[in-house]
Design a protein around this ligand. Structure first.
Ligand SMILES: Cc1ncc(COP(=O)(O)O)c(C=O)c1O
Length: 401
């Protein structure tokens, strides 16, 4: 068997299930899950309609490269959303549809990493666990950059030693971040692009939460936008990952895209052709409909905004937590209690599940930056989120009294 499989860690939810199995939850109140980042808002009806209208397209093998109409739709969406120079995203060379960004992030590392060169994959910490598994199976070592409150939950890129950048072949960014919601600003993106040129690595920017933000006037910037501002219209060494899962409440459609550097994308397409992960034509047509509409995305943001407003009002002064830049997560500090104890007792006393921060982080430089934090995904209905916040308030208040 592939020895690198042994390096894979159990998924955070396996650890969470084991933690919860040690206790039992009260039966007098319904369970509320704030643990999993699966959107619960309604998907757009016109996308479901498109799926049912095009079911007969399952008779065709899809091509790995995807329909030209889908790639063109994506190129236009990127250009509008990130103020790219018109015509700079070539649907033929810069864009590939993927079956959700999860598989794409994993596959991308396999295509990019040269395992003969003692490679490093640099990643934020805490992080989406696929980054680590992708590095292991590509024959690389992950190098984690802690994201801590003192640094606005951003990696301290300036602290990375030159020999790490030297070995770095792939830098994962997650902006807006899971779990912190922090957005990497344009100046930092430009600095990282300069480092990518200096040390010859690829930047993979996971932007799958980019459409869930609070201020309609200030959508999060993206990596390609930073390229555009630099006049870097070939997007060299830069690729972005986007998804319909969070933007359009379609996690089961498995639809996203990767876009950027044409040379890298050419190799990625070659890899994907052999990997055999073409998106079904039915899903591609539905994806075109979804990317072409912003009204449902705005409504989605409105719903999240209302939930954050209501929940933060209840938790104000009770839990040490701030509104993130974007995303649907709260990354809350757990005070004197450890994150693991907080999560277990909250479940045992209030029947609410949150994710202990250490499960989605690793120890680096002697600390696990997930410790003493829990992740709460505000994906349930506003009523359930409000109910959860009230119970969390009760739980925290009881501990301190
Ligand atoms: C940071 C991050 N990236 C990527 C994904 C994968 O999303 P999908 O495969 O549905 O596009 C997730 C899902 O939770 C995520 O949190």
């Amino acid at each position: 068997m592939n020895r690198d499989l042994e390096r894979l860690q159990p998924y955070p939810f396996e650890k969470l299930n084991a933690l919860k199995a040690q206790v039992s939850a009260p039966t007098d109140r319904a369970h509320i899950a704030l643990s999993i980042g699966e959107p619960k808002h309604e998907p757009p009806a016109f996308v479901l309609q498109s799926l049912s209208d095009n079911l007969n397209r399952v008779v065709n093998y899809p091509s790995t490269k995807g329909l030209p109409e889908l790639r063109e739709t994506i190129a236009q969406w990127l250009t509008r959303r990130f103020k790219l120079n018109p015509g700079s995203v070539d649907a033929e060379r810069h864009v590939l549809p993927v079956n959700g960004t999860r598989e794409a992030l994993f596959a991308f590392a396999q295509a990019v990493i040269d395992r003969t060169q003692n490679p490093l994959v640099v990643s934020p910490n805490p992080f989406y666990q696929i980054y680590e598994g992708a590095a292991f199976l590509a024959g690389a070592d992950p190098y984690f950059l802690n994201c801590e409150r003192e640094n606005d939950y951003l990696p301290d890129f300036d602290s990375v030693p030159a020999d790490v950048w030297q070995r770095c072949q792939l830098l994962f960014l997650c902006s807006p971040g899971n779990p912190t919601g922090t957005v990497v600003d344009t100046a930092t993106l430009k600095k990282l692009i300069a480092l990518a040129d200096q040390y010859d690595f690829v930047i993979a920017s996971d932007e799958c939460y980019s459409e869930l933000y609070f201020d309609e006037e200030q959508p999060p910037v993206g990596l390609l936008q930073a390229c555009a501002e630099l006049g870097r219209d070939d997007y060299r060494r830069c690729v972005v990952f986007h998804s319909l899962s969070k933007r359009s409440n379609l996690p089961g459609l498995r639809s996203g895209f990767v876009a950027g550097d044409a040379e890298v994308m050419e190799k990625f397409l070659l890899y994907r052709t052999y990997h055999g992960c073409a998106m079904p034509v039915t899903n591609q047509l539905a994806s075109i409909a979804a990317w072409n509409d912003e009204a449902h995305v705005k409504a989605n943001r409105d719903a999240y905004r209302a939930k954050f407003d209501a929940v933060l009002k209840i938790l104000d002064g009770i839990v040490d937590v701030e509104r993130p830049d974007a995303s649907f997560y709260l990354w809350a500090k757990t005070g004197n209690m450890s994150d693991v104890e907080f999560a277990q007792r909250l479940f045992a006393e209030q029947n609410i599940t949150v994710l202990p921060g250490r499960y989605i982080a690793r120890e680096a430089n002697g600390v696990n930056p997930g410790e003493n934090h829990v992740r709460m995904a505000l994906v349930a209905t506003v009523e359930e989120c409000v109910e959860a916040a009230e119970r969390i308030k009760q739980f925290v208040t009881q501990q301190s009294s």
